[in-house]
Design a protein around this ligand. Structure first.
Ligand code: NAD
Length: 383
């Protein structure tokens, strides 16, 4: 069955949807019914959208096109109003991650989806990896013994241009509305949702005792170098230690520790390593999985909105936490970029020794403070 799709947000990350829809359209799986963006499309966007209706107002476009599916790939604080319009028009929903900026918004959208009897998928694409499915099964079968912990670490570098691309980038709120665009809740959101999925702890009540350490090396509202530790209902300790101010960027990793073995998952590249073996797996995109689920409801939804409770609990803890602490400038280095003055879009900020700190956190399931990381106050001396 060929389903019709409307896309809201066609630049930035939404461009990947425009490209995916074009590929799926060529295969006869979907038909692009229309595109909504508050800004005009660039040449590539126009070429991908072709002669389909374009509108700056999603409600008007939905009235005109009545699609089967509405995709929302816009800034986080616009998700709820746009998702409401999608469901109100009788369409199934695919909303990007993080799905909503508050727990209350998440509960409301889950309720609206159920009341409308529509399927709500999220854009947590790592959950469509067969590496995650395989590792989750191995854990459940006891291959690694009793699971003690899951530790994640990630070190990426985001240059000035990342923060300049949008008014909401690196913000905790915009015009009084929560955004929660910090390292843990947005760029590394997949790390948290994937760890919770592996532990089969995706519900709100599955997550407890959320400890946070939020820092920023850049002069931004949100965190760029952070650590979270929580305990799940199964007794698993889950940590994620991340930075967007790496000296040397590398793909993020989740490590699973059991009483009889361990495994390493590279969740952005579908690579799984355990018992001296390395396996490369395939993945299904959130849109492909939504289409398969709509065709046959025996195909489980891989990243459904109602299975985001555990993640939303962490996001809510970050949203309501005190502001991130600035990292002592003695531990921060500035790379000036091509123009040599530090003001260009390619200039970046690095926290000295941060790769070792995030990795040690994951290996020991410890917070920065417990590790004695020099720019993180020891637990007892925190305000
Ligand atoms: N799954 C992933 O790996 C991944 C990666 C990056 C971003 N994202 C998510 O994708 C979403 C978009 O992020 P981005 O960085 O592309 O944002 P962005 O600010 O660049 O905006 C994306 C597009 O949405 C448009 N837009 C803004 N408000 C709109 C509105 N009210 N109606 C219609 N269009 C509107 C913008 O003009 C832009 O073209 C966010 O939720 C983000 O967290 C997901």
């Amino acid at each position: 069955m060929t389903r019709t799709v409307v896309l809201a947000g066609a630049s930035g990350y939404g461009r990947t949807y425009l490209q995916e829809i074009a590929a799926l359209e060529a295969a006869g799986a979907v038909r692009l019914a229309g595109v909504c963006d508050v800004r005009p499309l660039d040449a590539e966007g126009r070429a991908l959208a072709g002669d389909r209706p374009f509108d700056t107002d999603l409600g008007r476009l939905l009235d005109r096109t009545r699609p089967d599916i509405g995709i929302v790939a816009t800034p986080i604080h616009t998700h709820l109003p746009l998702a409401r319009q999608v469901l109100g028009a009788g369409a199934h929903l695919l909303v990007e991650k993080p799905p909503l900026p508050t727990a209350e918004d998440w509960r409301e959208l889950v309720r609206l989806g159920r009341a409308a009897d529509r399927v709500c998928q999220t854009g947590f694409q790592s959950l469509g990896s067969q590496a995650v499915v395989r590792l989750g099964r191995l854990m459940a079968e006891g291959r690694f013994g009793r699971i003690r912990g899951i530790g994640g670490y990630g070190a990426w570098s985001r240059p000035n241009g990342y923060y300049r691309r949008a008014a909401w980038a690196g913000r905790r709120e915009v015009d009084g509305r929560p955004v929660v665009d910090g390292a843990l809740t947005n760029p590394f959101a997949h790390m948290i949702s994937t760890a919770l999925q592996l532990d089969a702890s995706t519900g709100w009540d599955d997550v407890d005792a959320v400890e946070l350490e939020l820092f920023h090396a850049r002069d931004i509202q949100a965190d760029d170098t952070s650590c979270v530790r929580l305990r799940t209902g199964h007794g698993t300790v889950v940590t994620a230690a991340v930075t967007l101010c790496a000296e040397t960027a590398a793909a993020p990793v989740l490590m699973v520790y059991g009483t009889h073995g361990h495994a390493t998952l590279h969740y952005t590249t579908d690579l799984l390593a355990f018992d001296g073996m390395r396996e490369r797996h395939s993945r299904t995109s959130p849109l492909q999985n939504l289409l398969a689920h709509l065709d046959d409801d025996r195909v489980p939804l891989q990243s459904g909105l109602d299975a985001c409770g555990g993640f939303m609990r962490v996001l809510e803890a970050v949203r309501t936490a005190p502001d991130p602490l600035p990292i002592d400038p003695a531990w921060v280095r500035h790379s000036d970029g091509e123009h040599g003055d530090g003001g260009g879009d390619d200039a970046s900020v690095q926290v000295i020794g941060v790769e070792a700190a995030v990795r040690a956190s994951a290996e020991r399931l410890a917070t920065f403070g417990e590790l004695g990381v020099p720019w993180a106050p020891a637990p007892a001396s925190r305000p």
